[in-house]
Design a protein around this ligand. Structure first.
Ligand code: ADP
Length: 498
């Protein structure tokens, strides 16, 4: 492994400090004093010691968020002022982009260059985009025709009001960006938040907490409790004074969130797993489609909920595409994300390494043909080779289940009907890709695929303005765009007889 590692000094200093959680304007240890360690996935060495929050810390944070929600400083803040705070936060993220990108590389393993080019600017964009919505959360006026009051006249309108105290639980694959996706709309609408970052990757969220205070958000509007899923996430999802829970993570935990939320019927939005089909037609521009299909699965080490993990290739180009994918996978430089020449970093945790290598064994035992990769990479850190499995069939676990790693299954198709049936044969419905030069074919496929996102001749294109979320067991509700605001607003109808 190259030793040319470039770590932003502000990030290494931040990683090394004594970490505390944010409740109100105070940085506090967990009330139990317990901590847990995080690891640098490129080396497997301990990176930081993080407070292990539990139900008592969650309770304190929820009370603080409730008080902040009712405090006129936030409740009556002019929408334009809220917008300015959001804008300022977006600016601060860009000012500290190197530091935040490095924190995500240290915690998650992703290449610094990728975090710096994608995660961090997208997080800033989200706040900048949401800032514009703060002044546009309008209700409507409604004309009434009440049948049993034929002579009465009314003035009726709707108000769009914040839902209240929101719990937000986020995963480790895009640590800062997931925090931004969640916090942006909640703050735009005037909610207050208790955020629980993933235990594997809490550093950039904690640094974001400092920037949130620096931007001028009132104390208590954002509270950040670090901790394990069962110890800190579960009590947040179950808390009786939380009005809404927003979760991004596995479908399995998503179902637990729904159960936990039932106690007080809090609103729930979920962004869950996927097994996204990627459809490659023989008439595609191969120069973009083949590297596109490779990047659809290998980006972020395959730890992407919408990764294009099932590739269906039209018969006549199947062998050529497999050769192209193999070449693309072999050209990926695996290494420490702090090395500027690295294309693919390690998986984020030992647990992920075990999970993905287990799926590699499953693929082998199921008879998938290994085209390239298929093993752990190196002996230190949590690296896995970019892997292509060919001739996979719909009954294989490697085709049905979300691997969440750089493992692509590829199979051929003859005609569009067969293709659509295969593509839709999944409990998930998060995203999909279509590669063809034929516009009609592309749009027919886009209509036929049961997924919340269809990318045509591209993949993993994200924008703060584009709604993102799942059909079927991939989730409830949408992230981003104007649509995400629905998750955080409730409508009040006001009727006056005049
Ligand atoms: P993964 O399996 O990929 O690690 P998870 O869905 O387990 O993803 O984790 C996503 C987030 O959910 C993390 O912040 C984690 O701490 C949290 N979490 C895990 N289990 C629970 C639970 N039972 N209740 C609430 N949150 C949880």
């Amino acid at each position: 492994m190259s030793t040319q590692l470039h770590a932003d000094p502000a990030a290494t200093a931040f990683a090394a400090k004594h970490h505390r959680m944010l409740i109100g304007g105070d940085w506090v240890d967990s009330h139990s004093g317990k901590t847990f360690d995080t690891y640098n996935p490129a080396t497997g060495e301990v990176l930081a010691s993080i407070p292990a929050g539990d139900s008592e810390d969650i309770d304190r944070a929820v009370k603080t968020a409730r008080a902040a929600f009712e405090n006129p400083t936030w409740a009556n803040m002019h929408p334009a002022t809220r917008g300015k705070l959001l804008h300022k936060l977006g600016d601060l993220i860009l000012e500290h982009a190197d530091e935040l990108a490095t924190l995500d590389t240290l915690d998650n393993g992703k290449p610094f260059a990728v975090a710096r080019a994608a995660d961090i600017p997208l997080a800033a964009d989200l706040f900048h985009y949401m800032a514009g919505w703060a002044t546009k959360l309008n209700g409507s006026t409604i004309s009434l025709s009440v049948p049993y009051m034929p002579d009465a006249q009314f003035h009726a309108y709707t108000l769009r009001e914040p839902i209240g105290v929101v719990g937000q639980i986020i995963p480790w694959n895009f640590p800062l960006l997931m925090a931004a996706w969640k916090l942006g709309p909640a703050l735009t609408t005037g909610c207050t938040v208790v955020l629980k970052p993933a235990e594997q990757t809490p550093l950039s969220a904690l640094r974001l907490g400092e920037l949130i205070l620096e931007a001028g958000f009132p104390e208590g509007v954002v509270n950040i409790i670090t901790g394990l899923g069962e110890e800190a996430g579960a009590p947040l999802a179950a808390h009786d004074d939380v009005d809404k829970i927003a979760f991004t993570g596995s479908t399995e935990v998503g179902k637990l969130i729904v159960q936990a939320a039932a106690g007080n019927l809090k609103k729930v939005s979920l962004e869950l797993g996927g097994k996204s089909p990627n459809l490659l037609f023989a008439d595609a521009d191969m120069a973009t489609a083949v590297p596109g299909a490779a990047s659809a699965i290998f980006f972020n080490q395959g730890q992407v909920c919408c990764a294009g993990s099932r590739l269906y290739v039209e018969n006549s180009v199947y062998d050529d595409v497999l050769q192209g994918l193999s070449d693309a996978a072999k050209s990926i430089k695996v290494g420490n994300g702090l090395d500027p020449s690295t294309d693919m970093g390690p998986l984020t945790s030992q647990e992920q390494l075990d999970r993905v290598t287990n799926y590699l064994s499953i693929g082998e035992s199921e008879g998938a043909r290994n085209i390239t990769g298929g093993k752990r990479w190196g002996s230190q850190g949590y690296f896995v080779e970019p892997t292509v499995l060919a001739d996979t069939t719909e009954d294989m676990r490697v085709v049905k289940e979300e691997i969440f790693g750089p493992v692509l299954s590829v199979s051929p198709f003859k005609d569009v009907d067969e293709l659509t049936a295969k593509a839709n044969k999944s409990n998930f419905g998060l995203a999909s890709g279509v590669w063809t030069k034929d516009l009609s074919k592309a749009h027919r496929a886009a209509k036929a695929i049961k997924a919340g996102t269809v990318w045509v001749n591209c993949f993993n294109v994200f924008d703060a303005a584009l709604p993102f979320g799942g059909y079927k067991q991939s989730g409830w509700g949408r992230e981003m765009g104007g649509e995400v605001l629905e998750n955080y607003l409730q409508t009040k109808a006001v009727t006056t007889q005049i």
